[in-house]
Structure formats: C-alpha cells, structure tokens
Design a protein around this ligand. Structure first.
Ligand SMILES: *Cc1c(COP(=O)(O)O)cnc(C)c1O
Length: 305
C-alpha cells in the first residue's frame, strides 16, 4: 500500500455552466435533439459524477464524518470526481485503487492527487472484495462511497440532473451507462410520457438491467430500454472507427466527446436515427455526461479537440 499526499489546489464547481445545445443531427428526420452539456460544469469533474456524489457528501457532512473513502481503477472518472468534490466541500479523501501502482501515475490519478486525495493501491485480487477492504480500513471518521457511486443516494443525485431542464417537452431521455446509477436516477426523475434509453459502455453486461432496477421506483421499470450493441469491442475500447466518429461529431456539432461513454452514446443516437427508431416530432434529451479527462490517455493529436 502506498499513500500520496501533496498540497492541493482549490476547486470550485459551477453547475450553472451546463446548458442545452440544439443538434443539427436529426433535422433531416424532423427529430429534435437537445444535448444537456454537463461536460461544461468543470474541466475535470465534468458531467454526471458531481451529481451522483452530492447526496453522499451531504450525508457524510451532516453526520460529521471527516473523510470520504471510495474505490476505482486508475482511469476512473469517479475517482477524480470524488477527489474534486471532496476538495470543494473541504473533506479529506482517500481512494483504494485497483492494481499495483504504475509510474508515472495515470493523468487521472495525478489529477486526483493534485486535489489532495490519498491513494492506496491494491492488487487486483485484494481489490475484488470490497467488504474486506472496508473491514480492514474502516475508521470512525471515514465515510465510504460505493465504487462508481452506485447506490440509492447516487441515483437520487443523478435524478436532480433533470431539475435543470424543461423536462416535460421531451419524449425521450438518453444517456450512457456504466454502473447504471445515472440511468436509474434519470428513470426515477422522468415523467410518465417519456422513454429512457441507456447505452451500455460495456460488452455483454447482462446483470446491468437488474442492477439498475434495484435503484428504480417500480412504476418506472417498463420505461427503460438498454442498448448493448454500442460498446465498440468492450469497455474503454476505442477502435479508429470510433475516433473518426468523435472527430466528425466535433466538426458537425462542435461538441467534444470522451472515448469511454459519450462518443458511444452519440454514435448510438446517430445510428438509431438512421435506422428510423425515432418518429417525426420526437424531442430527445441526450445527457452529455462529460468524462473528457479520460481522453488524455490517448496519444497526442488523436483528436481534433
Ligand atoms: C461514470 C460515467 C457514466 C456512467 O454513469 P453510471 O452512473 O456509472 O452508469 C457516463 N458518462 C460518463 C462521462 C461517466 O464518467
């Protein structure tokens, strides 16, 4: 186990920077596509992660915990977002990282450390059992947030994303899916006339639906549609076809996307439009959940933005 600690920079997050952008995509089919640009709220904690974390942090602060602990991989948006959100709320943070330490640290972990997060590296085997990790590292002042922010409070936070838009106008809400926490929250926050579509970033994750439904009010269960065919080979896989799409999407719509989640999300939207999945007059809200810091793992000049 290795622990890092440096002087940290101070973070401020302004969720008012998120805005709705109209796409050119869909005009031909007379389908309106609006994007909620959560990628704009902060260069690093961009997107859904701040929303997923907000009620965990609130609970921890209200119960006078002094430190947040969580889990994740070396490229995890959740890790860097936790570091950032804790810094903003003046909480200490510590993360248990999957796999041995590599040097240099990934950009994601360097970023997390710069916000004052301590890192503890665990072998892939030790990482598997979260209950054991908690048992051997628990402290009275330490509040644990599940991996990826998965849980009821995470979903509640994600539901609050929809408070920022004129919700009733939309027929569909579409978002990328990792742990399923965000889409569960969007389902809970959606209205009766809306269909909620999740684009899975993973290959063949068949337990995803049940994980999502565990966090969802039962009256919403039938409104969820999960699409599993847009993983491009698997989680975080990014063949050149995907990078080309990201470049084209940037030129056409001036929207940057990340290689793990939102590129696959917008590819799916564009593919389903071509396949006439949507009807004339539909109005679609696509959640740009951010995650752009993950693109730093690409060689320089791989993308035009
Ligand atoms: C984490 C993440 C998601 C997936 O959210 P879940 O709640 O884990 O399903 C989607 N997009 C981005 C950019 C993310 O970082």
């Amino acid at each position: 186990m290795i622990i890092f600690k440096f002087n940290s920079v101070k973070v401020q997050i302004n969720t008012n920077l998120a805005r709705i952008q109209h796409l050119h995509l869909g005009k031909e089919q007379k389908v309106t596509i609006n994007v909620l640009r959560l990628d704009l709220i902060h260069p690093i904690i961009s997107g859904n992660k701040w929303y997923k974390l907000r009620f965990y942090l609130e609970e921890a602060i209200n119960a006078s915990f002094k430190e947040i602990a969580t889990f994740g991989g070396a490229y995890s948006n959740h890790i860097v977002a936790t570091a950032c959100a804790c810094n903003e709320r003046n909480m200490r943070s510590v993360a248990f990282i999957r796999g041995e330490m590599t040097f240099p640290l990934t950009h994601t972990l360097q970023e997390a450390v710069s916000y004052g997060m301590q890192l503890c590296f665990l072998s892939r085997n030790d990482y598997k059992n979260k209950t054991d990790i908690i048992a051997s590292n628990d402290l009275p002042y330490r509040y644990w947030i599940p991996e990826g922010g998965y849980g009821i409070l995470g979903a509640q936070g994600a539901a609050s994303i929809l408070n920022t838009v004129p919700l009733q106008e939309y027929t569909h809400i579409i978002a990328a899916v990792g742990s399923g926490t965000m889409i569960a929250g969007l389902l809970n926050g959606s209205m009766a006339h809306q269909t909620v579509i999740g684009i899975s970033s993973q290959k063949n994750n068949l337990s995803l639906e049940s994980e999502i439904l565990k966090l969802t009010f039962t009256e919403n269960h039938r409104k969820l549609i999960l699409m599993h065919d847009y993983h491009f080979g698997g989680f975080a896989k990014h063949p050149s076809e995907l990078l080309h799409f990201m470049g084209d999407f940037w030129y056409n719509e001036s929207i940057p996307t990340d290689l793990v989640y939102t590129s696959k999300l917008f590819f799916a939207v564009s593919d389903q439009l071509q396949k006439k999945y949507f009807n004339t007059g539909d109005k679609i809200l696509v959640i740009h959940s951010g995650g752009l810091q993950g693109n730093k793992s690409l060689p320089e000049k791989s993308l035009p933005f």
